[in-house]
Design a protein around this ligand. Sequence first.
Ligand code: ADP
Length: 229
Amino acid sequence: MESILNIRNVSKIYQSAGRELTVLDQINFSISAGSTVAITGPSGSGKTTLLGLCAGLDRASTGTVELKGIALENLSENERAAVRNQYVGFIFQNFQLLPTLTALENVMVPLELRGAKNIKAHALELLDKVGLADRAHHYPVQLSGGEQQRVSLARAFSNQPAILFADEPTGNLDAETSEKVIKLLFDLNKDAGTTLIIVTHDLELAARTARTIKIKGGAILSDENPAYA
Ligand code: ADP
C-alpha cells in the first residue's frame, strides 16, 4: 500500500530555561494511505508535539517528515501552509474555532483560502453532515462543547483532506457526544478513504483503529500491527 506519511529519525528538542529538552527522540514509522492509527501514551510523552510535526504545523529539529511524498523540512512556512491546506485536516482538543466568526463562517475559512467556488452552500452542506445546519449562524460561545467539536470537524473535512489528524478529539466531550464525533471520523475514513491519525487517552477508541503506536518519554514503546496499517 502507498504510504502517505514517512517519519525518519525525527527528534524535537526545545530550548527551555537555557537547557535543551529532548521531547521526541529518533522516531520512525510509516503510515499507509487510508489507514486508521491511534497514538497513545502518558501525558507529557510527546504525542501532541509528534502530531504537530506530522501535520506540518511545526518543524522537526532533526530527521525527515514526508507527507504525500513531500519532504516538509525543506519547505518554508508558507510552503508548509500550502501543503496543509491541500492535504491535511486538523482537529484540536479545545476546538480552536475563531470566536468572532459564526459556525458557518468558521467552516468557510479553509474553503476561502483554497479559492473554492460556492463556498457558502458547501459550508452549509458540511454543517448539515455533522447535524448542525440549524446552528450555522451561532457563534462558538453560543454552542456546546460537542457542537463546537462538530463545527471543527466540518471545518477539518472541508478541504477533503487526504489525512486527518485529531488531538484528543473526544477529550472534552461526554460519552454520547464522543460516539457521534467518533462515528463521523470513521465514516470519513470509510467513505472518502481519509487516513486518520488520532491522539487519544481513550483505549476503547484506540482499539477501534487498525494500529496503535504507544509513545513514552518521547520514544516509541510499541507499535501494534505496523504491517497492517
Ligand atoms: P503530550 O501530548 O503527550 O501530553 P506534549 O507533546 O504536549 O505531550 O509535550 C511533551 C513535552 O514537551 C512536555 O514535557 C512539554 O512540557 C514539552 N513542550 C511542549 N511544547 C513545548 C514548547 N513549546 N517549549 C518547551 N517545551 C515544550
